[in-house]
Design a protein around this ligand. Structure first.
Ligand SMILES: [Zn+2]
Length: 500
């Protein structure tokens, strides 16, 4: 039986959205547990569909688990100095107080950028390593969108990542972390550590593991792990993080340096050969709505439009109105859009009551270029308190608290409005306001890929639209300053050069 410290710190930083992600945002309960410390980790994490959730279930009877701090700030603007220092300080302080430990498991994201640190994870790992010394194994799990740095690979002893973008295997990732840790406890810390970086960025919509080439790449990473390879991970990267090591990573920890290098090289080569295979068509808002209306006219299943650039899971502000305007302008019928974040509108709807009509300038207030509030007269079709349980493969089991919610109706379009940001990845977000997703003709979802887990099975077709939003889909359009010179900005795209 080993004494294993556990903790977590998730943030997926989009460096191109305004503002900062502050401590209060990490502390609040929205679509994920609030920041929790010590024993509260054992109350919130089990069943919450994170890596640590499953790790706790598997290891609690076999080992003594020592909780520190766990928090997830989702995706958004750069993490404030205050938030990083408070969270990292508390995690490392708690760990120091609870020493000695035999091993550590940290449930991290891998794309955290702070006001001070281009790579928040390696700074956190540096402090953890400094406090426990070189002989305590550290196992890390990462989101599929991690931008892994050489420092992170050196500071940990195994690194596992999600195998799906859908992210429906977060618990499975915790399970792989537990397995890697058991191997290390039995055999000792692996000496071989290798990182390879692909020479091109991959836009999020191209990264989905339900389709090739990502499906095959992830499958290859699973095949090549095992035996003397403690962990092998392919992480597709998060393009909106402006950092030197942004982009896809192949990470291997093995019992010899030669094996780690050989394994990582083999997978890296496979990915480079597949560069021309990455592509997904993207439509302008009007074209997407018109195409969806054509398809919906001859189908009994909804046509889904992914409003990918306002995906809050990638740092979108979740309140842009480009797709809403296109639905209304094209007189779409039986269309529902969600989730639109506008706490003031939800409040006004609750004050007016169900059945009332109100005039609103809805959403569009985050300063996104090309976006504006949508002004109109809306019927308050339904109200909700924003508290419900998700049931889909991605968020199933997670308790939601999205604040007061309202279903607003304008013409043939309904809008699921919430007081907090959340990615439309679960059908319960609509059902909470009485909208049965399968009964709609058109569903517009503020999500890039996660929605596919719960919504694709009910859909006639999925279209991807490019309305203005904080998550620019095409990395060629980001004003990067810190990338490594020469990396291509998309598969087969132009190489990036710093401005001189
Ligand atoms: Zn992710």
């Amino acid at each position: 039986m080993a004494r294993i410290a556990v903790g977590g710190f998730h943030h997926e930083t989009n460096c191109f959205v305004p503002g900062v992600t502050d401590y209060a945002y990490f502390a609040a309960h929205r679509d994920r547990p609030p920041l929790c410390r010590d024993e509260a980790i054992f109350e919130w994490l089990p069943g919450a569909n994170f890596g640590l959730s499953r790790f706790l279930e598997l290891m609690k009877d076999k080992h003594e688990l020592v909780p520190t701090v766990w928090t997830s700030g989702g995706a958004g603007a750069i993490v404030s100095r205050d938030a990083f220092e408070r969270i990292a300080g508390e995690l490392v302080g708690t760990l120091s107080r609870k020493m000695p430990v035999d091993a550590i498991y940290l449930d991290l994201h891998g794309a955290c950028v702070t006001e001070d640190f281009e790579d928040g994870e390696s700074e956190l790992l540096r402090r953890v390593r400094a406090s426990v010394g070189p002989d305590v194994p550290i196992v890390v799990s990462h989101d599929y969108h991690a931008n892994v740095t050489p420092e992170t690979v050196q500071l940990c002893d195994a690194l596992v990542g999600y195998l799906t973008y859908l992210h429906i295997d977060r618990p499975g990732t915790g399970e792989r972390a537990a397995k890697a840790l058991e191997v290390i406890l039995a055999r000792g810390m692996p000496a071989g550590k290798a990182l390879r970086k692909s020479p091109f960025l991959i836009p999020l919509t191209y990264q989905c593991t339900m389709v090739e080439p990502s499906q095959g790449i992830v499958a290859a990473s699973v095949e090549d792990a095992g035996g003397d390879v403690v962990s092998l991970a392919y992480l597709a990267g998060f393009p909106p993080s402006d950092q030197y090591w942004c982009g896809p990573s192949i990470v291997c920890h093995a019992y010899s340096q030669e094996l780690a290098d050989r394994t990582a090289d083999a997978l890296a080569k496979k990915i480079e050969a597949l560069e021309p295979a990455f592509a997904v068509p993207e439509l302008e808002p009007d074209a997407a709505v018109q195409e969806a209306m054509r398809m919906a006219a001859r189908s009994r299943k909804p046509v889904i439009i992914a409003d990918t650039q306002d995906n809050p899971g990638a740092g979108g502000t979740c309140d842009t109105t480009g797709m809403l305007a296109a639905l209304v302008r094209n007189k779409a019928e039986g269309a529902s859009l969600g989730i639109l974040f506008d706490a003031d509108a939800a409040k006004a709807a609750h004050a007016a009551g169900e059945g009332a009509e109100i005039t609103l300038a809805l959403g569009g207030r985050s300063g996104i270029e090309g976006d504006a509030p949508f002004e109109g007269r809306f019927k308050v079709a339904r109200l909700g308190d924003g508290k419900f349980l998700c049931t889909g493969p991605n968020l199933g089991g997670r308790r939601m608290d999205l604040g007061p919610m309202a279903l607003l109706q304008i013409g043939g379009v309904t809008i699921v409005t919430a007081s907090k940001r959340a990615q439309a990845a679960d059908q319960e977000m609509f059902r909470h306001l009485g909208v049965e997703p399968a009964a709609q003709k058109i569903l517009v979802l503020k999500s890039s890929v996660h929605f596919r887990a719960h919504f694709q099975p009910i859909a006639e077709q999925v279209l991807v639209a490019l309305a203005p939003g904080g998550h620019i889909s095409d990395p060629r359009k980001y004003p990067y300053q810190k990338l490594r010179p020469g990396i291509r900005l998309a598969p087969l795209g132009p190489p990036w050069r710093p401005n001189r």
